[in-house]
Design a binder for this molecule. Structure first.
Ligand code: HEC
Length: 185
């Protein structure tokens, strides 16, 4: 009997040591591991027509729940909301915004702007970054136009304070339909 009890005590001591170790690991891990790097390459972009849309804007996220969250934030147009890291937004096939953690691009709260070239064979990244990327047609930096919408996490849409685009909704829809990447399938 006494042996039995002793064993149980040992098990109890051992398992509490393990729980302490586990708690220690859980506490230790996030502070030591570097935040997951979001890698964005030409393969990250696909045909804009495969992406779900809200009004004019197309959405992509590897995690279906975060995709829903991004679409919900956009739809409700609420200020002071942040899009989930990993969100890709596109209005036209040749431009994109990708959300990284804030520290990666502090000037744009983590957004990286992309100028893309699109063909039947896929996507080529022409330029990427925060304040250096130019809109090819307008010759204006992406960030300069998107800056007034900082309260809406730099998403311009309509009524968020950005200078309007020179193209109307119908032209935007036509540009989306003209995405050549669908022919690749
Ligand atoms: C002349 C100002 C201007 C410039 C320059 C500009 N944008 Fe925009 N952008 C807008 C406006 C306005 C909208 C909203 C259009 C709409 O939904 O009708 C928009 C929409 C977008 C959207 C959809 C999400 C949103 O913010 O509404 C993306 C993605 C985007 N732009 C990326 C870019 C990228 C990348 C560049 C640079 C290569 C760029 N833009 C340059 C004004 C601009």
């Amino acid at each position: 009997m006494s042996i039995f009890l002793k064993d149980w005590r040992q098990v109890a001591v051992l398992s509490s040591t393990w729980s302490l170790l586990l708690v220690g690991l859980v506490v230790w891990m996030p502070s030591n591991a570097s935040p997951q790097e979001l890698r964005v390459s030409e393969e990250s972009f696909g045909c804009i027509l495969d992406m779900p849309k809200v009004r004019n804007t197309r959405f992509k996220h590897a995690d279906p729940e975060k995709l829903k969250e991004a679409m919900r934030i956009f739809r409700s147009s609420e200020p002071d909301k942040e899009y989930p890291v990993g969100t890709i937004l596109q209005l036209v096939p040749f431009e994109a915004m990708v959300k990284h953690p804030h520290e990666k691009f502090p000037k744009s709260n983590g957004w990286e702007f992309f100028a893309l070239e699109v063909s039947e064979t896929g996507t080529t990244i022409i330029d990427r970054g925060d304040d250096n990327v130019l809109n090819v047609l307008l010759k204006a930096p992406c960030l300069s136009c998107h800056q007034p919408a900082a309260k809406f996490d730099f998403v311009c849409e309509k009524g968020h304070g950005c200078a309007p685009l020179s193209i109307d909704d119908q032209t935007i829809a036509e540009l989306q339909k003209a995405d050549l990447r669908w022919t690749k399938k």
